[in-house]
Design a protein. Sequence first.
Length: 893
Amino acid sequence: MKELSSAEIRQMFLDFFASKDHLVVPPKSLIPDNDPSLLWINSGVATLKKYFDGSVVPPKPRLTNAQKAIRTNDIENVGKTARHHTLFEMMGNFSIGDYFKEEVIPWAWELLTSPEWYGLDKEKLYVTVYPKDQESRKIWEEKTDLPAGHVYEVEDNFWDIGEGPSGPDSEIFYDRGEAFADLPADDPEMYPGGENERYLEIWNIVFSQFNHLPGLTDNSTYPELPHKNIDTGMGLERLVSVFQNGRTNFDTDLFLPIIHETEKLANGYHYDETKDTTENISFKVIADHIRAISFAIADGAKPSNEGRGYVIRRLLRRAVLHGQKLGIQGDFLTKLVPAVIGTLDSYYPELKENQTTIEKTILAEEKRFNKTLKAGLSLLDEVIAEAKEKGQKGISGADAFKLSDTYGFPIELTEEQAEEAGLSVDLPAYEEALQAQRDRARAARSNDHAMGVQNAALTDLQVPSTYVGWTDKAVLGAKVVAVLVHDENGVAQLTNEAHAGQTAWLVFDKTPFYAEMGGQVADFGTVKDQQDNILAEVTDVQNGPNGQHIHTVQVLADVQVDQVVDLAIDLDRNRAVSLNHTATHMLDQALRNIIGGDVHQAGSLVEPEYLRFDFNHEGPVDQATLNQIQDQVNEQIAKNLPITWQEMSIDEAKKVGAVAVFDDKYGDTVRVVSIGDYNQEFDGGTHAESTAELGVFKIVSESGIGAGIRRIEALTSIPAITRFEAEEQTLAAVAANLKVPNLLAVKDRVEEVQADLKAANQQIEALQSQLAALQAGELFAKPEEFGDLTAVVAQVKVENAQGLRQMADVWRDKAASNVLVLAAAIGEKVNLLVAADKTANAAGVKAGDVVKAIAPTVGGGGGGRPDLAQAGGKDQAKIQEALDQAKAILAQK
Ligand code: ATP
Ligand code: MG
């Protein structure tokens, strides 16, 4: 076996596919770009979806990458299996409508076995195929020298995640040898593809061959895709364990440095590479989680109570608790960050670049958790004490869930502590509460991998088309270069002509129409012939997969390919949108200046009527800060800053500090828009020419839209002024009602009115209790006698239950009788109150018992202490009956 480091293994993969004419794509952020269906990038292909669904044509049809990925569903496996991590690297090669099975299988074989490349022992390799995919089986058997008998057919090998591309796959296994067998040789799971540790799955090749159309359920009826794709994924850590002969993925140069650093902190515990121990699990979990946490923070995620932030929080807490198992005292996780960086720096420079942020964030969160642990422990003590007091055998699932969910107190700890106190935990109820929460979280996200359905005509469309709208708002003499109309199945097809009454897609050699992108909505407008007759109205424009602007038009008179036409956009709409787009950049800048550097855009919408800007931030932005932001934007508007743009190389753009989402889809040059020296941003949209055109900027709302994301909506120009006026008019109406001379006096006057109202309410309360006393005085003057006891039994008029209690207070002060029984009709309901003094109690009359006995008569229930008890009821007609019943009870005693 070759001696290769993890860095060499990764590089060799990329070099191999580069030698097969693949474009090497750098790793992307773990935070999905513009993809709300995914919480984390969880595979290599997840970053390339836009190419796979045909919405963008890739710079090259053959791509390769090594991509960091997070799979939270494998969290419980970490440290227990040899091969699962939360964060791992997936190496892949991809074909977008280019090569297929015939090429990909022999290449995989060449990379794995050729002495020039990985040079693995052929005898150790096994593959699985889908039983109906005999084509792949044949290629493995005939186009490679895979030993006979090393192909297994596995029913599961069909990749299908709902509507969209789907297809069979072929998995490659490495036989780690008998020493690794965790099951007897005759166990039904002991084969390549079974759940065992001997045959290690290293690589999965997915043949994206079919189109799972809506309504189809049987995969043998799926039609073939117009463009077939290949998507593969090989786990780097698993391959490294093979080369470095590690018992598990952890016994490699990717993890051992982190584990050894942890050993230095552990209180006498050691990691044993030769066998499984419980301590080993803790070392592995810590090493795994610190990698995931470091990467996630480097990519801009932060610990919080929701979504991604919650994953980081959970991983960190698990790591801390495993640290405690190793006897590690105090905060320790930051001390492992340098080791993480050391193992991965050569390929992921973002770790080193963000080291300070990573360490600061981890330390703050670790301190917070240690506090939480203390608080949780004392809360748990209370729960345990209460359970014992009530004579319960265990802690309820609801309490256990509350401890874990609200206080972040791990369930294992709850169990341990409870056990020490001789109590159990209602785990099924806990699990149920947990599952309910998971379901809620899942429902909040849509289908995990959803992809759109390709349109072959658009994917194949190669005609050049240039956007000139940055400088020209109209084009005279443009040529129609493509016409598409939808066929009877709703699929757009190329044609020569669109007819009056049809909805069609048109492409022109030059166009002033902006296609919806980066949040900015499309331009609308008209297509005219050379005699100034309107041929079509443009109602939408989208970017085609090859970058052409695809105009959706309502055809008024026939339009043909090659026809020469005049194009004009709706200037008012474009201008309003442009002003709002400039305002969006200014708002972004003001947010970063005022709230801080960490704030970044999470989405935006630029419409003619308003703009909407989403950004990451925990908790609401307060009014004072919003005012500051609005003021800053307005100051920059008043400076009348010029807005200019420039095309430059990506490197230059980074140098001048332009804010950007750099992505391979933009090619080598980017457009940078500058607003004076206030803001520079990478952007393809249209803008005002100078800030003064915006007139004025007004924020109209700030709200949370989930998982640490806030949304600001704002206006510019006339709509902003209209809004200011509407608010002013509302205030003027209030001023008129309050009869104050000017608007600024409204606030003081409202405060006066509120103070008056408060005083009036207090007076009402005082009067009510006087009234109660008066009523009581009469009532208490002549108690009835029941043997040795005296009692007042009566129906009274009060406003609420509070009124009854006030009367009982008076009764007690006056010691008016031994027993008091009151009933009142309040609204639709009945309220009962019974009070009894010590003498009555001694004679066996308890308030609680009396109420319990008479409440059912008025259709209610209740109880209470011996001295005071209350109950509610529904049946007002039975009040007298209940009172008579009370008298009868008293008479008996
Ligand atoms: P397994 O069944 O072992 O969990 P999988 O079927 O989920 O693997 P795929 O989704 O096909 O794996 O991913 C492709 C490759 O990525 C796998 O062959 C494996 O090498 C690697 N891989 C998948 N999940 C993990 C993980 N949690 N940790 C490390 N490597 C992984
Ligand atoms: Mg898996």
